[in-house]
Design a protein around this ligand. Structure first.
Ligand code: GSH
Length: 203
């Protein structure tokens, strides 16, 4: 399988980390949706990162769906995270909160970087910042005692939350101070120190 997109995208990075954690072979192609638009569009005209191309040439998009495909078809039965129903539900909830945090951080970056300063809409940025902080507050409450996140086996919430923590720290440190969310900050630091995260760094 090919995985296309830059590791500075939290969606690309969570997908790469998940595939690697599942021991699935893939080739990573570090194309930017902005700087390599034409090259990217030749693979996927929708130009969304991550894009994956499976060994039959089927073009897949959306990190969650690529991960779903990997778990259904490529992982040889290997799974991530807890299977006990209550913990599995919490892991999925935390993954959803992590994805919402990524989305709100990315929206902030796009509003700031892609719109001319005079056209930026402060009420929209305020709304998105509020949603980002709400997601992080919910994470902070719900990861108390969640000792399975970094495994073994590593869980999807563990991957997604740590990726979100690093992305926020790198891209919107003026909106959110990660140390205000000490459990998430500790999880992010611990995850980034592992061999898996070091092999797929934010860059
Ligand atoms: N829900 C999607 C979001 C993917 C996404 O928005 N990726 C960004 C890069 S961080 C992108 O493709 N941006 C280009 C665009 O939306 O035009 C996923 O989980 O993969």
């Amino acid at each position: 399988m090919r995985l296309i997109g830059m590791l500075d995208s939290p969606y690309v990075r969570r997908t790469a980390l998940t595939l690697a954690a599942l021991d699935i072979a893939f080739v990573h192609e570090s194309l930017s949706v902005f700087r390599h638009y034409k090259e990217f569009a030749a693979i996927n005209p929708v130009v969304k990162a991550p894009t994956a191309v499976n060994d039959d040439g089927v073009v897949l998009l959306d990190s969650t769906l690529i991960i779903d495909y990997a778990l259904k078809v490529l992982s040889n039965g290997k799974t991530l995270g807890p299977t006990e129903p209550k913990l599995a539900a919490l892991d999925i909830r935390l993954t959803g909160l992590g994805l919402a945090a990524c989305e709100k951080a990315v929206q902030t970056v796009y509003e700031r970087q892609l719109r001319p300063a005079e056209k930026q809409h402060a009420p929209w940025l305020d709304r998105v910042a509020g949603q980002l902080k709400a997601a992080l507050s919910a994470v902070e409450a719900d990861i108390a005692g969640a000792d399975w996140l970094l495994g073994p086996p590593l869980s999807e919430a563990g991957i997604t939350l740590a990726v979100a923590g690093t992305f926020i720290t790198e891209m919107v440190p003026d909106v959110v101070t990660l140390s205000d969310y000490p459990r998430l900050a500790a999880l992010t630091t611990a995850a980034e120190a592992t061999a898996l995260f070091r092999a797929w760094p934010y860059q």
